[in-house]
Design a protein around this ligand. Structure first.
Ligand SMILES: [Zn+2]
Length: 399
């Protein structure tokens, strides 16, 4: 076993949060009954078998050697079939086999192969093997299985999925670095992937790129530069690679990735809404004297739409005067979002009221008082109560 721990802490946490929310054990059992011979991996394999060059020792000895040196460097023992495809996109892809023991698949496009040096290729191949080691496709395919229509993915899962996509790329880059231990080659590979330019031919100085990365990084970390797409932007990836090459302790790597994730997540999360969700939800749930597990789970789930760690957030908040937190958050939310926010804020409180399948007079009194604070008239509040009951109320039966 090699003396490194390539895992990135936050990736495991996000994966577990998503798998728990999906009840992955049940989902995996159900999905295991689908016909693998018609699944997406089988389709991918059939296409490569039929249209691509399989990387074998006798046919492509150099590329075969490079691939196997990476496997060796990463200490990976699962079988992988490598293919060289006649594709003009500068890219590579990995596909995880759905049948245990069957080889996974990595495709290297010819345009990428033609542009990269040996160490750059090792970075790309290491990156793709990193996705296989971390089973990154498992989470994506389970989400796709549960929600074939992307628009129906619950917010709690969707925000984590977006953050995880970025973390998975940082983690895969770490394997890429471990495949060649050559920082300059990793970074030139990244820029070649992004630009398609032969950096060696143009005599681009990679040390100068690394030195100048700081100012590009600042644009994203301090000036809120917009980040698009499934992959993190290059300045963040370059900085992460630099940290991988210099870090003396795992903690330095985890802290670097977490700081990047904060920067991605603050665009997805609204801490103000998380405070309202916590305060309104807990006060609503406490009205009848006891907070049930169902109510707690419903509050955490909704808080989790606006913060990564709802339980920690609540533990911080519960030391405060909840009524004060509620009043302040309502005022700030109405100032930020205007009156269009008040109905959805009330709908959330009603969702918590109905979560345990019972309704008490005290809860109804609290709802009208909350309606007042949200600047809803009693008649508007009544309409929202009846709508919520029609949609969500399943009375608890005493049998
Ligand atoms: Zn990737």
């Amino acid at each position: 076993m090699k003396h490194f721990n390539p895992e990135i802490g936050i990736q495991n946490i996000l994966v577990h949060q998503i798998l728990d929310a999906l009840h992955s054990d049940v989902l995996l059992a159900v999905s295991s009954h689908t016909n693998k011979e018609q699944g997406s991996f089988f389709e991918s394999k059939s296409f490569r078998e039929g249209n691509c060059f399989k990387v074998e020792e006798h046919s492509l000895p150099d590329l075969y050697r490079i691939c196997h040196e990476v496997i060796e460097a990463l200490d990976f023992h699962e079988p992988i079939d490598f293919y060289l495809s006649g594709d003009s996109d500068i890219n590579a892809n990995s596909f995880e086999s759905e049948i245990e023991g069957d080889p996974d698949l990595i495709e290297i496009n010819s345009a990428l192969f033609n542009l990269m040096t040996e160490d750059e290729l090792k970075f790309v191949i290491g990156h793709e093997i990193g996705h296989l080691i971390n089973h990154d496709m498992l989470v994506t395919s389970l989400i796709n299985f549960a929600y074939p229509d992307e628009d129906t993915i619950p917010v709690f899962i969707d925000v984590r999925r977006k953050i995880l996509n970025h973390v998975a790329e940082f983690a895969a880059d770490r394997y890429g670095y471990l495949a060649n231990h050559n920082l300059e080659a990793c970074i030139s590979a990244l820029y070649k992937l992004a630009s398609g330019i032969d950096l060696q031919k143009l005599e681009v100085s990679i040390p100068a790129l690394i030195e100048n990365n700081e100012q590009h990084l600042r644009f994203f970390l301090e000036e809120n530069g917009e980040m698009f797409g499934n992959h993190p932007v290059n300045p963040l990836r370059v900085q992460a690679l630099y940290v991988y090459s210099t870090a003396k302790r795992q903690k330095e790597i985890d802290e670097c990735i977490c700081s990047f994730i904060n920067c991605t997540s603050h665009k997805l999360f609204d801490p103000l809404k998380a405070r309202y969700t916590a305060a309104a939800g807990m006060l609503m749930a406490q009205v009848d004297g006891k907070v049930s597990k169902r109510e707690m789970a419903a509050i955490y789930k909704r808080m989790g739409e606006d913060c990564l760690f709802p339980e920690e957030e609540w533990n911080d908040l519960k030391k405060s005067d909840l009524n004060k937190v509620l009043d302040e958050s309502i005022q700030q939310m109405l100032e930020t979002y205007g009156l269009r926010a008040n109905e959805s804020m009330m709908r959330y409180a009603l969702e918590i009221m109905l979560a345990d399948g019972t309704i008490s007079q005290k809860e109804i009194d609290f709802v009208y008082k909350l309606g007042d604070s949200l600047l809803l008239t009693p008649s508007e509040t009544t309409t929202l109560i009846t709508e919520a009951m029609r949609d969500n109320y399943l009375p608890k039966m005493n049998v």
